[in-house]
Design a protein around this ligand. Structure first.
Ligand code: SAH
Ligand code: SF4
Ligand code: F3S
Length: 570
């Protein structure tokens, strides 16, 4: 009975898997794979996950490839990373998977056998950069083929969002590319790379509903860094009309809380001093893996979603609570967030914990309600401003950052002026400002016209940047005379000066000096130290300071709360 049920479930699942998308499966191997599944039933991992996709946790033994071809040992990989922090973290995941399979990593192009380019598709400009890089790599590949090292042919793999967007078309357009792997198929990379040895190209762009790489411990490419990223969720369900991300990264899914907390602990043990929790919408995090009450979602007033909200599970406030409790001397940041998911529970835990940075990313995208409607952001200008006021009241002295787009379909000068006035009203410490770039597949591509001329977009963009620079200069100048808690990141090679970041992620630069340490003596400053720094000078994106003494998060905040030091504005 059991095996019958499994078989019929499997047939249904096999029908659902689009193995055609996975170019590396030949027709016969596809049929053999299906026959095998029907004959023997699912293996243990398939049975547990309810998925019949092959899960490659072990080095795969692929029967239709000779051993010599499967032997990838000691092949050197060179990584190129474009795009957002998610891509940086994904590169650590890829490196972890390949390292386990015996690959080596090199930072020297000439030594590389495999170039893996982690790509971005968010705007046309992002893809143009990658095409230029591919021009270079194609030349490199050709030169290697003509050199005395021709027995070590160069392979090029394109990973990430542009790979997912263009799929097989990438190889048709750029013949030098050997592997195309989307964001959910990195476990498959060793096998895809093995296939290229027989001269095949290999494509796996299947998106998954549940892949979170929860069990892969990322190996950080930059081991010396005092900070690290942790992916807590993947994908996005919001479908903002301008955005390609839901198409390149698939449906939203959260990684179980326990595996995140384990990773934070592991990083803390390694001496990492700051972690950034990553996802497209970290604050819609929802761990449904355990038992919990089916509570309704609390959304800020005036905000709605385009999708049906899931119920129950552990939410972002629970995650922040658990993660910040692992090590009170580890700074916690998070990005990106969506304004709709800032219930009071989240604001409360941020305000209560000294080690959670008091910096909230509230990407407005536009200051015009009509444009926000066309963008399908789920809020109006008024609701956004109310939320800003609410966040500021709940976390006195909080820093704010935003993303803004100018020149979206149909944006009039008046609508753009509303964006400028929003930027005047809200004191953003950090802003990421973009001219709109139409992306195929998005709703805007199907429904609207990209009718703002490029020149106008450019000119509006310049105006936004000017305003932002002027305002952030003033905000930073207001910090002169205040003492900031700075986490030291590096020593500037040329000048020997010390570079760190304050709680708002603004760079702080100061001279190296021996300063009072916590044991009563004096010592120099090194990366990973928390230092109290008095701010003495300000530019729009840099503060200059004088180091006062070594400290810790707890000691720095022992006598003062964040809010006491900063006037509440707005
Ligand atoms: N999930 C995050 C980040 C998404 S991508 C968020 O919602 O905040 C980062 C930013 O790129 C977006 O916030 C948006 O401002 C910008 N962006 C996305 N699509 C774009 C497009 N087609 N043209 C210009 N900017 C875009
Ligand atoms: Fe894109 Fe909107 Fe999702 Fe952010 S929330 S990734 S802008 S669709
Ligand atoms: Fe780019 Fe993909 Fe990130 S499109 S911005 S790399 S999610």
């Amino acid at each position: 009975m059991m095996s019958l049920r499994c078989s019929s479930r499997l047939i249904r699942q096999l029908n659902k898997i689009n193995l055609k998308n996975c170019r590396c499966y030949s027709d016969s191997s596809r049929i053999n794979f299906m026959k095998d599944k029907l004959k023997h039933g699912p293996n243990l991992s398939e049975f547990i996950t309810g998925s019949s996709e092959p899960i490659l946790t072990e080095r795969p033994n692929i029967p239709y490839l000779p051993d010599s071809i499967q032997d990838n040992l000691k092949r050197k990989v060179f990584f190129d990373v474009y795009g957002c922090q998610m891509n940086l973290n994904d590169t650590d995941i890829v490196w972890s998977i390949l390292k386990k399979e015996g690959f080596e990593r090199t930072k020297i192009e000439e030594e590389a056998d495999i170039f893996l380019v982690m790509t971005c598709a968010i705007r046309e400009g992002a893809e143009t950069k990658i095409w230029h890089r591919l021009d270079h790599l194609r030349g490199f590949k050709r030169r290697r083929a003509l050199s005395k090292y021709k027995n070590r042919p160069v392979k090029i793999g394109l990973l990430g969002c542009m790979a997912e967007r263009l799929k097989e078309k990438l190889i048709e357009k750029e013949k030098a590319v050997d592997v195309v792997a989307g964001p959910d198929s990195y476990r498959d990379l060793p096998r895809l790379l093995a296939l290229t040895d027989s001269g095949q190209t290999a494509v796996n762009v299947l998106l998954s509903l549940d892949e979170t790489y929860a069990d892969v411990v990322p190996v950080r490419l930059n081991q010396d860094s005092v900070s690290a990223f942790i992916s807590i969720m993947r994908g996005c369900d919001n479908m903002c009309t301008y955005c390609i991300v839901p198409f390149t990264r698939g449906r939203e899914r959260s990684r179980p809380i326990a595996s995140i907390v384990d990773e934070v602990r592991h990083l803390s043990d390694q001496g990492v001093k700051e972690v950034t929790l990553l996802g497209q919408n970290v604050n819609s995090y929802r761990d449904l893996s355990g038992q919990s009450e089916k509570l309704d979602t609390h959304m800020a007033k005036g905000f709605k979603t385009v999708y049906k909200n899931k119920k129950g599970g552990l939410r972002f406030a629970d995650l922040l609570d658990k993660v910040s409790a692992v090590d009170p001397e580890m700074r916690i940041r998070f990005t990106a967030a969506h304004p709709k998911d800032f219930p009071d529970e989240v604001l409360q835990v941020i305000s209560e914990r000294d080690n959670i940075c008091k910096m909230v990313h509230l990407p407005a995208q536009s200051g015009s309600s009509a444009v926000l409607e066309r963008m399908r952001r789920g809020y109006s200008r008024e609701a956004y401003l109310d939320l800003v006021g609410h966040v500021k009241a709940a976390i006195p002295g909080v820093g704010l950052s935003t993303d803004m787009i100018c020149g979206f379909c149909g944006e009039t000068e008046e609508e753009f002026q509303e964006t400028m006035s929003l930027m005047q009203l809200v004191d953003y410490n950090v802003a990421f400002l973009f001219p709109y770039s139409m992306r195929e597949k998005t709703t805007a591509y199907r429904r609207y016209k990209d009718d703002v001329p490029e020149q106008v977009k450019k000119e509006r963009h310049n105006r936004m940047v000017d305003l932002y620079r002027r305002k952030s200069q003033l905000l930073n100048e207001a910090e002169i005379g205040h003492t900031h808690l700075v986490l030291v990141e590096s020593i500037v090679q040329k000048t020997g000066q010390i570079l760190g970041r304050n709680e708002l992620y603004i760079k702080v630069l100061f001279d190296q000096t021996d300063i009072l340490s916590q044991d009563g003596g004096k010592r120099a400053v090194t990366p990973g130290d928390f230092v109290a720094v008095r701010i003495v000078g300000a530019k729009s994106s840099l503060l200059n300071g004088v180091p006062l003494y070594h400290t810790s998060i707890r000691d720095f905040y022992r006598d003062k709360s964040w809010g006491e030091r900063y006037a509440v504005s707005l």
